[in-house]
Design a protein around this ligand. Structure first.
Ligand code: GRF
Length: 213
C-alpha cells in the first residue's frame, strides 16, 4: 500500500509538480493526498487542483503573527487527511516546534544549495558572489535550525562562465526535480537511517532512478 504524503507550498510549485508526476507512477511508493499553501494565491494550488489533488489554503495572515496557532491548524488538516510524510516545497515560513516536533523524521525540505553552504535565501546570487565552481541542491529532514537537518540527498551542478543567478538557478532546479521524488521514496520505504550523530544515511542506494517518467 502506498504511503500518504502532503506537500506544503507558498508559490509556483514546480517541485510539487515533480512529486505529483513521480507519484502518478504505479511503482512509486507514495501518494500525494493533500497540497497545502499558506498563500491562497500560490500558483501551485491551482496546478494541484487541476491535477485532481485536494488543494487547501490556510492563510497565515488572519493568525496575526501567532505562528503556533497557524501551524496547529495545518497539523489538523494533515491529521484529517491521514498524512504520514510532509514535503516542504518552496514553503516560505519559518517553522515552530508545533510542526517540527509533530513531524520529526517525517518532514523533508528542499533547498537550492549544497548545504551546509548557503542556508537561507538568495542562494544562487551568493554562490556566484562566493565564486564556487560547484553548486547544487539538497533534500534534508526538517529540524528546528533553518536548513540544518540531516541531509538525505544532494545533487551538484557546475557553475559555468557567464552564469547569472537565473541560469544557475534553472540548472539547479532541474536537479531539484530529480532528487526530491527519490528522497521522498527513500524516506517512505524506510531506507533512510539516522545515526546517533543525527546525520542521515541511505541504507540502500536511492530506490528509484533519478529521472522518473
Ligand atoms: C526551490 O528552489 C526550492 O529549492 C526552494 O524554493 C524553490 C521553490 O520552487 N526551497 P518551486 O515552488 O518548487 O518551483
Amino acid at each position: 500500500m502506498k504511503r500518504r504524503a502532503a506537500i506544503l507550498i507558498s508559490g509556483r510549485g514546480s517541485n510539487m509538480e515533480s512529486l505529483l508526476r513521480a507519484a502518478r507512477h504505479p511503482d512509486y511508493p507514495v501518494e500525494i493526498v493533500l497540497v497545502l499553501s499558506n498563500r491562497p494565491e500560490a500558483a501551485g494550488l491551482a496546478t494541484a487542483a487541476a491535477a485532481g489533488i485536494p488543494a487547501l489554503a490556510i492563510d497565515h495572515r488572519p493568525f496575526k503573527g501567532d505562528r503556533g496557532a497557524h501551524e496547529a491548524t495545518i497539523n489538523a488538516a494533515l491529521t484529517t487527511a491521514r498524512v504520514e510524510f510532509v514535503c516542504l516545497a518552496g514553503y516560505m515560513r519559518l517553522l515552530t516546534p508545533v510542526l517540527v516536533e509533530a513531524w520529526a523524521g517525517r518532514m523533508l525540505n528542499i533547498h537550492p544549495s549544497l548545504l551546509p553552504a548557503f542556508p537561507g535565501l538568495h542562494t544562487h546570487e551568493r554562490a556566484l558572489a562566493a565564486g564556487v565552481k560547484i553548486h547544487g541542491c539538497t533534500v534534508h529532514l526538517v529540524t528546528q535550525g533553518m536548513d540544518e537537518g540531516p541531509i538525505v540527498a544532494q545533487a551538484a551542478v557546475p557553475v559555468l562562465p557567464g552564469d547569472t543567478a537565473e541560469s544557475l538557478g534553472a540548472r539547479v532546479l532541474v536537479r531539484e526535480h530529480a532528487i526530491y521524488p527519490a528522497a521522498l521514496a527513500a524516506l517512505a520505504l524506510g531506507v533512510v537511517a539516522l545515526s546517533p550523530g543525527a546525520e542521515a544515511a541511505l541504507l540502500n542506494p536511492l530506490p528509484l532512478p533519478a529521472t522518473l517518467p
